[in-house]
Design a protein. Sequence first.
Lengths: 277, 367
Amino acid sequence: MLSLKHRRRVNTLLLGTLAWGVALAIFFPIFWMILTSFKTEIDAFATPPQLFFTPTLENYLLVNERSDYFHFAWNSVVVSFGSTIIGMLIAVPAAYSMAFFETKRTKSTLLWMLSTKMLPSVGVLVPIYLLFKDLGMLDTRLGLVIIYTLINLPIMIWMAYTYFKEIPKEVLEAARMDGATLLQEIWKVLLPMSKGGLASTVLLSLILSWNEAFWSLNLTASQAAPLTALIASYSSPEGLFWAKLSAVSTLACAPILIFGWVSQKQLVRGLSFGAVK
Amino acid sequence: MANLTIKNLKKSYGEVEILKGINLDIKDHEFVVFVGPSGCGKSTLLRSIAGLEEVTSGQIFLDNKEITELAPAKRDLAMVFQSYALYPHMSVRKNMSFALELAGQDKDLIETKVTEAARILELGPLLDRKPKDLSGGQRQRVAIGRSIVRHPKVFLFDEPLSNLDAALRVQMRLELARLHHDLDATMIYVTHDQVEAMTLADKVVVLNQGRIEQVGSPMELYYHPANQFVAGFLGMPKMSFLPAEVLAGDQSGVQIELASGSQVHLPVSSEAVTRGSSVTLGVRPEHIQVTGKHEGVFKGRLDVAEHLGSDTYCYVKTDAKENLTVRTPGDFQGVFGDTVGLNLDLSQCHLFDDHGQAIHKLSRSAA
């Protein structure tokens, strides 16, 4: 018979192994992408796949020659930050009103907003494409900012609403008694108290916008195309160039990966906030 | 100056009427306590005065100026919440100076006021701490400090001591009483704790189901309750109520018969009752005496005796299923099942008609 202490140690070991296994499985494609980006096109195709090879930077040089990375990167930055800022400017007041001045329709409004996320995007592609065409917003950064704001807004409002719900109403009432105007109440009391949660909301919106591909591929061509469109441009009718595709993908993912890495503590705290009280 | 007048105030949430027409006058420097069971509307009334609740109809005046529609910030009132409601991201100093900064007051003046409030509440050493580093009592003091610095016309307290433990509650209660004396301010205080109501108030407002049952000084309410609700609500342990029937009435009082068959004569007005009408006799634990088995108006069986040291509370059941609570000296020796005789101090007994309204005492009208 194993002692309780022993059994507990075995359990910990098993759980640890499982966690590492899952983490490695999730990370593997990214690892392989980075690895492939340093291979020659021939090495990239080799069967069996090669783990050891002579690394080369030629893919990166070629990608840089063929396309203007910074043009695409700048577009990504503008549309993700733009949509996040506008999204927050709408989400905070909306969530404030829903969390602190709840009416009998609040819950169903929230659910309805979330339900729009369950719709397949392609279902509204044609009407939106036509709208954008008529408004002259095809291949513009403004167009992408608008569409990203709209698709991320339900999640942003939901998250902000959840964080605001954690804040005791009395604190805001105390601010009101203390003479705060509505703006002062939000700016000086509500926002500082929920900054952790709102930071996660901002992060999530940035990441979702950065990685969004469906709309950016369909609504942009060259002018406003972000990094996701750049990646797609490397899978061309002439055939797939795995090594170059990997190099451009690595370049596209790198900023958001580093960003996510730096802010992971905030992100995890934010996403699990409220789950354990 | 701070005279608060409430005229026919009503508040409904949808179909549910929470306040059903409140009329009340609160004078300058008064310590007024709203007391009542949970759900009676006392907090809603306070929040309506504060401006945190929109009222359905009626008016509120502060020094003859109508404030019914004014924003909370414009009413010159300060409120202390049950949950303290401190700003967690600000230091104690910042919590207290927040309102003054919003009002755009001079920095030096703010500093002086905060230091003064901290001195009164002994918060000096804690000024740079955050609320999370304070104990419950200290947090409540900061919340009070936050309202003091503003020198409001009226202080509003919403069950401020409910979150504190028993010992701290007693201590803070004394501090509040002292504070009221020192500041000489008008205070309105909501509680469900009758001890707080009795000890702090100049004037107690007893609320029940959205209506004011009675307004008066603590002693007035205790000795001359207007109705059975007030009589039962104030006093610990509760007043005992015994059903009875009127036998006769004359100028000297009313003769009633209790369920157990005992007859007593009470010095109350006989005008409001008729022969044969059912009434309720109310008697407080301290106005019943335990006597020998075969003496007294009643005979009952001792159910439970609670020994508190200074007093012993005996719960007695009669054969007619009447329950009486009796206060006896601390060294009372009775045990469960003992038969005891009980005597009533008739001049201190209350009689309520079948609507629960008190029938006024003859001794009082003479006084």
